[in-house]
Design a protein around this ligand. Structure first.
Ligand code: AMP
Length: 377
């Protein structure tokens, strides 16, 4: 076990890394962040910020020398980086799990190999594959890049083979998946923490609403049947066990109008839909990341209150700083901003969590604040 006062390393300096730093430092650990961006949100919260590329050999040597263990805040860290560090010190989650989660083809194939369902899909490596895929799928479909897609980026709607060929060309014919667009009834995610000895703690599913492909709100508990929640939790645990996973794992689910439960994707790290755990669960997902990284048992995932988490995007700054007093008027609302200097449309700047006796009250407060914050000044 790695105890407080030790130094932990995190690859990536975004908001997830920042919230990891806050959790780790409040528990008495020191944190080193590796991120080339001098203004990264996590760099500002770290004991030390190594401003270097993820492939910078000297920086990786320094991380390996100074840190007791290393984790990552994003799955697109180069594979060589994780493999190099893994040969020197504990890296959790390990490179194999990150490699699976990074690539939609590997990820969806892996999910299927575990006997779990995804939306029907075909791997697309060359344009010929699109003919087979279009013949084998019901339209409409979505063409998604296998790697580096997030928040709905790198996705093309497809209704015909011509759309598919055009989309693939626009994506410069990099590997993709073509996947059936299923009729969604609900979307939710299950987040779990799995320790080095295989002990698992699972959070209750959070119901997610996306706007323009970006997460907008998460409501917990999700408005789904108990048996669906149990089934999803079991599916998430199956994936974690099959990867011998150590760390925080998020699994995104689709519940279709026909009642099928499908896995969309997984993230080998804390997830935006788990930010509510900071204020409304006994242990936050970031504390779980610290615990699992350090070989400690996961903490309790008990939900302390119904909660609605709302993302704050850069669009809100279009007429100047938002009217925060509208938010602070509510004593059971918690604001988290990520210290980003430039508010671009669609950029995740922060979130707020509304705690209340029940979800309908929490939703009411969340929507009141949304309207008040965005009112033209
Ligand atoms: P992704 O980047 O794969 O997580 O997709 C972003 C969002 O697009 C999802 O959360 C869904 O709202 C929507 N979406 C993605 N794939 C599908 C699909 N196969 N069918 C229906 N909606 C989808």
């Amino acid at each position: 076990m790695i105890f407080p006062d030790a130094t932990l390393g995190v690859l990536g300096g975004g908001q997830l890394g920042r919230m990891f730093c806050i959790a780790a430092r409040s528990m008495g650990y020191r944190v080193w962040v590796l991120d080339p961006d001098p203004n990264s949100p996590a760099g500002n919260m770290a004991d030390h910020h190594l401003k270097a590329d993820y492939l910078d050999h000297a920086a990786l040597e320094a991380m390996a020398e100074h840190c007791a263990a290393i984790t990552t805040e994003f799955e697109n860290v180069p594979a060589e980086t994780l493999e190099f560090l893994e040969s020197r010190i504990p890296v959790r989650p390990g490179s194999r799990a990150v490699a699976i989660a990074r690539d939609r083809i590997l990820e969806k194939s892996f999910i299927r190999e575990q006997g779990l369902a995804t939306a029907p899909f075909f791997a697309i490596e060359k344009s010929d594959d699109l003919h087979t895929a279009c013949a084998g799928l019901n339209m409409p479909a979505l063409l998604k890049t296998a790697q580096l897609g997030y928040d709905g980026k790198g996705q093309f709607p497809v209704n015909t083979i011509e759309d598919a060929l055009r989309g693939f060309q626009q994506l410069q014919e990099i590997p993709c998946v073509l996947e059936e667009r299923v009729e969604l009834a609900q979307e939710f995610s299950v987040i779990l923490a799995r320790g080095i000895h295989g002990d698992v703690a699972v959070y209750p599913p959070g119901e997610n609403v996306h706007v323009n492909g970006i997460l907008d709100t998460t409501c917990v508990p999700a408005n789904i049947e108990t048996k669906t929640a149990e089934q999803a939790e079991a599916m998430a645990i199956t994936l974690a066990e099959a990867m011998q996973y150590c760390g925080v794992l998020a699994v995104e689910f689709f519940l279709t109008r026909c009642g099928d439960l499908l896995i969309n994707e997984m993230a080998p790290r804390p997830h935006n839909s788990g930010h509510y755990t900071i204020d409304a669960a006994l242990t936050s997902q970031f504390e779980q990341q610290v615990r699992t990284l350090c070989g400690l048992p996961p903490g309790s995932t008990e939900l302390l209150s119904p909660v609605v988490m709302v993302n704050i995007l850069g669009d809100l700054w279009k007429d100047g700083a938002p009217h925060w007093q509208q938010l602070f008027r509510h004593p059971r609302v918690k604001l988290h901003l990520y210290g980003k200097h430039h508010a671009r449309p669609g950029r995740k700047m922060g979130h707020y969590s509304c705690l209340a006796e029940d979800l309908s009250q929490a939703n009411g407060v969340a929507e009141k604040i949304r309207a008040a914050l965005s009112r033209t000044r």
